[in-house]
Design a protein around this ligand. Structure first.
Ligand code: C5P
Length: 201
């Protein structure tokens, strides 16, 4: 059966971890849609015009190393405000959402724009400080040298850009269940998400 679970939220809210676990538990495919924007951002940093990069994007671009660095994240949120870039990425995401066996998509506009008909929608949030701490820890683990205050500033700037843009801004769908992970462990957040999805039948 093809069913879609849409999981949206700001950077480092926990939606990525929750999405991977939800996909594992329900045995379905998972697409981190942020990677699409990161791949376009990466190609822009390499000198390619972002609209052309988005139109030419292929699955192999998502495997490129170094997509999860702060610089590429920043470039991703800049190309994500361009309507033609967003439009070029819609078909890929919708086709993924309808694959047999079901799919989990996580991002910013899955429940509102990409898959408004999704069977279950979650909106995952956490305080900016906690999200910055998580991102900081990830970078340190990955061997990146970063400054915590820079990461916090970056989280805030990205929130503003994601929520303030005219095309597909970050916001919860009316029928989304909100999960605040600020004080939750990973296991608690995943259990809350699974319970919310199962409650949707
Ligand atoms: O989730 P992640 O941090 O990898 O996303 C990078 C950037 O891509 C976000 O800051 C956002 O601007 C953009 N994005 C988006 N819509 C999505 C997923 C990501 O605009 N569905």
């Amino acid at each position: 059966m093809a069913f879609t679970i849409a999981i949206d939220g700001p950077a480092a809210s926990g939606k990525g971890t929750i999405s991977r676990e939800v996909a594992r538990v329900f045995g379905c495919a998972h697409l981190d849609t942020g990677l699409l924007y990161r791949a376009v951002g990466r190609r822009m940093l390499d000198g390619e015009p972002p609209i052309e990069a988005a139109r030419a994007l292929c699955a192999a671009d998502l495997e490129v190393e170094g997509l999860r660095t702060p610089g590429v994240g920043d470039a991703a949120s800049k190309v994500a405000v361009i309507p033609e870039v967003r439009a070029a990425l819609v078909d890929f995401q919708r086709a993924f959402a309808r694959r047999d066996g079901g799919a989990v998509l996580d991002g910013r506009d899955i429940g509102t724009v990409i898959c408004p008909e999704a069977e279950a929608k979650l909106f995952v949030i956490a305080s900016p400080e906690v999200r910055a701490r998580r991102r900081y820890d990830e970078y340190v683990t990955a061997g990146e040298s970063v400054d915590f205050d820079r990461v916090l500033e970056d989280v805030r700037a990205r929130d503003e850009r994601d929520m303030g843009r005219a095309d597909a801004p970050l916001r919860p769908a009316e029928d989304a269940v909100q999960i605040d992970t600020t004080t939750l462990s990973i296991d608690e957040a995943v259990a809350t998400a699974i319970a919310a999805i199962e409650a949707r039948g």
